[in-house]
Design a protein around this ligand. Structure first.
Ligand code: XMP
Length: 526
């Protein structure tokens, strides 16, 4: 099936290649390009010219890097990049690299520039415009460098320079090769997105072809092409954004040749399983199978207190249940999975071609299932997955669903898991979420949930002393879950939630609010 990969690698003509030299903002460059409506791929810096050429990029962007071009073994790219006739934009290290490769010089600057730096535009076209920076004579941009261009390659002109006379932007109009000392992709460079757009549309003549609509049309035809006229595809549904978008795409492409399996492990939030069943059985034209495996999971988890052991058991049980059901369906060839672009980049399986199908399994169901994989979201960032979901008509409660761990509430019940504890936590969690939603704070939060601790404390109910568990509330703000800050929720919201939880769930003796950020804490308690 690899023919699919080769034949379609160039199907999206208006694409840009970003060569990643290990800069901390490389993924951000890719997101900015996509936001501008141009498809791009982030490839390792040493990708061969053959692979790049096959993609027929309209432009090539060279990213930043923690390295210096003057150090031993400085990362370089295939030299044919510079004489392939394709427009190039080098950012920071990328600018230094193209300078050296084309005969100029780079040296350690007298002063390093870190942070916001002003610069003056010497030549407006083709990268700058009056709209780009509010005060065109004095622009500010984010810089982070020690090296600087000390001699221009032949044919290059200065387009902008900083107060220290560092070259902030250079270019060779003839060869359409440009370099920026600053980072246009970061938030701290106010006109940065405009500079990138000018490169994409003025220099590379890109068209805005990357839209949710075009992605859906393209993905649907690719799925049909890969799967053919007869084969069937199975897809595991979890109720999360990624698997839901995959399901709706498959459904659009294959109708009744798509089989959707929802393994209900009983560890979802209150009423969530019912909502998933209702939504998918109503909306999907393919075959929707709801496997109620709650008792099986509870039995497998009985008495287990170690968090990693819980995760292992849930993962293994999930595969067992899914496998039994999928194999019982008989004639299925493909398994569809919701792998997204950051997973692909992190797993190092980027191979220089936009694929929706791969034999690599990026963490998910194992190859032993014997199905070929289809991964229609391999090209998308998370925010793009949501836009595609909206295009496909998915409801907001799925698209805006907060991240939810695969092992579900099992890692939010400290200690062993029983059906009673599960129900108690579901109720407390529901109350907290309801209060936070009512206060319209939900969209500000990364995650917000309740945890059932294994601590029994004393309380007073009526005239009696009463021992019961402690419920912990957790709400965090975060960009990407790598770090997180505990949310400064209003006291009256916390008060209402606490009163409701202790009032509506008599067993609960106490409610506490977790004020630990990550690091040193983690978002989940287990
Ligand atoms: P931590 O607790 O490590 O969580 O700060 C970071 C993010 O990952 C989620 N998480 C998980 N997701 N399986 C998952 O699919 C897991 O075992 C798991 N553990 C944590 C967590 O909800 C947060 O968004």
């Amino acid at each position: 099936m690899d023919h699919f990969l080769n034949e379609n690698a160039g199907s999206l003509k208006e694409k840009v290649v970003i060569l990643d030299f290990g800069g901390q903002y490389s993924m951000l460059i890719a997101r900015r390009v996509r936001e501008a409506g141009v498809y791009c791929e982030l490839l390792p810096y040493n990708t061969s010219w053959e692979v790049i050429e096959e993609l027929q990029p309209a432009g090539i962007i060279l990213s930043g890097s923690p390295a210096s071009v003057n150090q031993d073994n400085a990362p370089g790219c295939d030299k044919r990049v510079f004489d392939g006739g394709i427009p190039i934009l080098g950012i920071c290290y990328g600018m230094h690299l193209l300078t050296k490769e084309l005969g100029g010089d780079v040296s350690r600057g007298k002063r390093s520039e870190f942070g916001r730096t002003s610069f003056e535009i010497v030549e407006k076209e083709p990268l700058f415009s009056d709209e780009t920076f509010l005060a065109p004579e004095s622009c500010s941009a984010w810089m982070s460098h020690q090296d600087e261009v000390s001699a221009l390659p032949e044919g290059f002109k200065v387009l902008a320079r900083t107060e220290n006379m560092t070259l902030a932007a250079i270019g060779d109009e003839e060869r359409k090769i440009y370099g920026l000392q600053f980072h246009p992709e970061v938030f701290h460079t106010p006109g940065g997105s405009d500079v990138l757009r000018k490169f994409l549309f003025n220099v590379c003549n890109c068209e805005k072809t990357w839209t949710p609509r075009s992605f859906v049309d393209d993905a649907v035809s690719k799925i049909r092409e890969v799967v053919g006229e007869k084969d069937k595809v199975v897809c595991a549904l979890s109720g999360g954004v990624d698997s839901s978008v995959v399901a709706f795409l498959l459904d659009k492409a294959l109708k009744d040749r798509a089989v959707f399996i929802f393994v209900d492990h009983g560890l979802l939030r209150l009423d969530e399983a019912e909502q998933v069943v209702k939504l998918y059985s109503e909306k999907l034209q393919g075959q929707f199978i709801h496997v109620n495996a709650v008792d099986r999971f509870l039995e497998a988890l009985a008495g287990v207190t170690d968090p990693e052991e819980k995760r292992r058991i849930i993962g293994a049980e999930f595969i067992k249940v899914f496998k039994e059901k999928a194999l019982s369906m008989g004639d299925i060839t493909y398994l569809a999975q919701g792998t997204i672009y950051p997973d692909v980049i992190e797993s190092g399986t980027v191979n220089g071609a936009a694929v929706i199908k791969s034999h690599h399994n990026v963490g998910g169901l194992p190859e032993e299932l014997g199905f070929d994989l289809i991964e229609p979201l391999r090209e998308l960032f998370k925010d793009e997955v949501r836009l595609v979901g909206a295009e496909l008509g998915l409801p907001d409660n799925i698209l805006k669903r907060q991240p939810f761990p695969g092992p579900g509430l099992a890692v939010r019940i400290i200690g062993d898991i029983t059906a009673e504890k599960l129900f108690l936590l579901q109720k407390a969690d529901y109350i907290f979420r309801e209060e936070l939603d009512k206060a319209e704070l939900n969209e500000d939060m990364w995650q917000y949930f309740a945890v059932l601790t294994d601590v029994q404390v004393v309380g007073v109910k009526g005239d009696d002393r009463h021992y019961g568990p402690v419920i912990a509330l957790r709400a965090v703000v975060s960009e990407d879950a790598m770090t997180a800050d505990w949310a400064r929720l209003p006291y009256d919201l916390l008060d209402r939630t606490s009163l409701r939880i202790t009032g509506e769930i008599p067993d609960v003796a106490r409610v506490v609010y977790d004020i630990t950020s990550k690091p040193p804490g983690t978002i989940e308690w287990e």
